[in-house]
Design a protein around this ligand. Sequence first.
Ligand SMILES: Nc1ncnc2c1ncn2[C@@H]1O[C@H](COP(=O)(O)OP(=O)(O)O)[C@@H](O)[C@H]1O
Ligand SMILES: [Mg+2]
Length: 437
Amino acid sequence: MLSHVNNKRVLSCLLVRAATFDCTAISLSPAPKQKPVDCLQSAVIVANNHHTEVRSYMAEVRLESVSKVYPGNVRAVDNVNLTVKDKEFLVLVGPSGCGKSTTLRMVAGLEEISEGNIYIGDRLVNDVPPKDRDIAMVFQNYALYPHMTVEENLEFGLKLRKIPKEERKKRVMEAAAILDIAHLLDRKPKALSGGQRQRVAVGRAIVRHPKVFLFDEPLSNLDAKLRVQMRTEISKLHSRLQATMIYVTHDQVEAMTMGDRIVVMKDGLVQQIDDPISLYDHPQNKFVAGFIGSPPMNFMEGQIQQEGGLYFSEGTFRLRIPERYHEPLRPFVNKTVIFGIRPEDIYDPSYGTELPNKQEITARVEVIEPMGSEIYLYMTTGKNPFIARVEPHVRAEIDQQKQLIFNMDKAHFFDASDERNLLFEIERDAQAAGSAI
Ligand SMILES: Nc1ncnc2c1ncn2[C@@H]1O[C@H](COP(=O)(O)OP(=O)(O)O)[C@@H](O)[C@H]1O
Ligand SMILES: [Mg+2]
């Protein structure tokens, strides 16, 4: 990211900075041994009008039973309990309207809290105004001031906070170097690409040296390719700044690729908080199972039947259920449940031959989507549609009655009424015991 830093001003500024913060070496290579911002980790210099104080850099964010009720009794956020660890990258994800922005805005202080408490570090911030919370927020609509240069845009918030000029310059150069925009400092926003503008918006947050960064869908306005690129850059920025970051998105791919942990929300309620892989492998309920993963998990309603072993009967086919799932499913014999299986856990019979708990079914091919590295087969059993994600060389024809294998070791079962994952506890126990599922 520092490849374009050849600007003398930046270099001299960083050296001045190095002296100020007693950093011994500053390297401008792409993977510097000692990163310029390392010196910010142990202490943050917060210029506060006329005096400068050094604060310890612990930036845990804690939400205790936090709710937001809008007029008309709209419960936008409902009893959220959440601890964002110091230096963690936490993603809030969920469909539009689920309360992500409201949650973030309450942390920022832009929205009043109806119930509960929010702590930043060990300070209760319920009644602390946004400017005193040591947070910086980056929005989807990164409104830069059009009549100001990039440098002025970066500096503006610091000016408002009456940070001395020398310190302002120093911070602007440091952010410009980190974001690789040092060569753009004299340009106006209209002379920048979307990605460059977004970097300036992030830069405005960096110069603040906040305890916590808050991002609200910051990449939604960028085209798909740029979004992927900026995603990586924000992840890099996190490992580099080692700051606490809370990142809101409706895009589960962004959540999976960026988050240390992910909070899945729906209708103002937290559905699950977990690391990306646990969320994918062990969703707590059908909503999480269907929201995380693309193409999404397939769901089919059917009955549990007992005939010697246990079976799931969809109506057009029947699947033998592995023995270790029997205990939690036994109370559901002759009852309706929802069976779930991810597209990649369905195989063409010529593959997956060694799977110990495979079950073969026949279904009709409706659509074939060759993706290059794999093929998506859109199938129907006659009762239920489902998607299989198979090897690129698998042969299939439209309307063909095709045999496929379900890997029952990856099967999920959900309660038909409350939609909880019926296997969650035993899956989790097995994972904890290190057993291969
Ligand atoms: N100022 C407001 N007044 C009333 N309802 C609001 C207001 N802001 C948001 N809401 C409602 O609160 C819910 C959550 O909104 P929001 O947090 O913006 O969702 P998200 O960011 O997840 O898309 C939505 O139903 C939305 O309509
Ligand atoms: Mg939002």
